[in-house]
Every structure is written in C-alpha cells, then in structure tokens.
Design a protein around this ligand. Structure first.
Ligand SMILES: [Zn+2]
Length: 222
C-alpha cells in the first residue's frame, strides 16, 4: 500500500515541486488545495462558487469548505492507495478534521515532512519562481525553467511569474506562515509523525534520494 504523506513548508520551500515529484514517482495521489480550488472554480460547481466569493474578497477560504474539498479529493482520487497532501492542513481544525476523515476510512498518516530552508535562499528562490497558468505546474527561472521559455512542458500553457511574488508580500506570507504553522508543528510533533527535512539546495538527485529514503522508511504511528 502506498504511503500517506503531508508536506509542510513555507511558501517557496519547494513543497509544490517535491509533492509532484513524489506523487509521480511513487504513484500517489497529489492533493493540493490550490489545485482543488482552481478545479472547482473552472468547473463552476456550487463549492467552486463559494470558493470564488472568498477569493474575490481576498479572504482565506474557511476551514469547513477546504475540508469538504479535501474529503471529495480523497474519495475521487482513490486515496486509499496513498497520497501526498500539499498545502493542507494549514490549521489545527483542518488537521483534526483530516484525522477524522482518515479514521473513517481506516487510514492514518505515515509521516509529516517539514521542509526547512534558509530564509535568504528561500526569498531568492521564490522571486525567480514561475507557474503554468493553465495546469499549475511550478517552474523556476534559475534552476528549473521549462524547455521552451514561457511555455509549459506538460500542457503548452503560458508560464509566468506569479504576480504575488514580491519581496514585501513574501515577507508577509512568511510571517503569516510561521504564525499559523507553529501549532501544526507541535500537533504532529506530539504524535511522533514529524520529520524535519533540510531543502537548502536546488532540486537534485541527492535531495531526491535523501527524501525518498525518509519516505520509504516511514512507518505511521497514529
Ligand atoms: Zn501547464
């Protein structure tokens, strides 16, 4: 049976990139709340309309709504075969709800990986990151550019700088991230599920091997 993982990490820590690599190579469902929001919006579902109303106000999508979307994704993506959660949970109520959702299915998290990165490296890396506006595939102008500049390798969509990636917004996001995530670090630390993973370098085979060894060795305790 596939592993069930949570990746935690500040914006720009490589969470999105590694979640995709892990899920692709290990055949796990990749559940990213950003993707879920985008998909619901695009399909104009009732949940999508609700999500849209919050996003238009610049407000955070409430826990209850986010949890509903994750529950739907766990079912749709056949998550009993293993998954990588990327961007969820963000709060203690979300973590508790996730625990209940999994318990109902007789499942549990195997490991929570906390990607740790030096802040100055993180800022430099974030300011050079790019994203496909069509499929959400992340790129980086410095070390992970698409084969053809400005064009997604996977879907041919436009690859652009994220408009919210400025140093000022980044510092604000980091501060907000640390405030909101600190309780999660304790929550999963207390359950003996948390492992810190240093991700200061660019994506490399060394990082990949170290990360995969960690995942393969993980045995859920919850
Ligand atoms: Zn794309």
């Amino acid at each position: 049976m596939g592993k069930r993982l949570i990746l935690l990490g500040a914006p720009g820590s490589g969470k999105g990139t590694w979640s995709k690599i892990i899920s692709d190579e290990k055949g796990l469902a990749h559940i990213a709340t950003g993707d879920l929001f985008r998909a619901e919006l695009a399909a104009e579902t009732p949940l999508g309309c609700e999500v849209k109303s919050y996003m238009e106000q610049g407000a955070l999508v409430p826990d209850e709504l986010t949890i509903k979307l994750v529950e739907k994704a766990l079912t749709d993506k056949n998550a009993s075969n293993g998954f990588v959660l990327d961007g969820f949970p963000r709060t203690i109520p979300q973590a508790e709800a996730l625990g209940e959702l999994l318990e109902k299915r007789g499942l549990a998290i195997d490991v929570v990986i906390n990607l740790i990165i030096d802040e100055s490296i993180l800022i430099e890396r974030t300011l050079s990151r790019l994203v496909c506006i069509k499929c959400g595939q992340p790129y980086n102008a410095k070390n992970m550019a698409p084969a053809v500049e400005g064009t997604c390798d996977h879907c041919g969509g436009n690859v652009v700088h994220r408009s919210d990636d400025t140093e000022e917004t980044l510092r604000k996001r980091l501060e907000a991230y640390h405030l909101s995530t600190a309780p999660l670090i304790d929550y999963y630390g207390n359950r003996d599920l948390l492992v810190a993973f240093s991700n200061d370098g660019p994506p490399s085979d060394e990082t990949r091997n170290r990360l995969f060894a960690l995942i393969d060795g993980a045995k859920g305790k919850a």
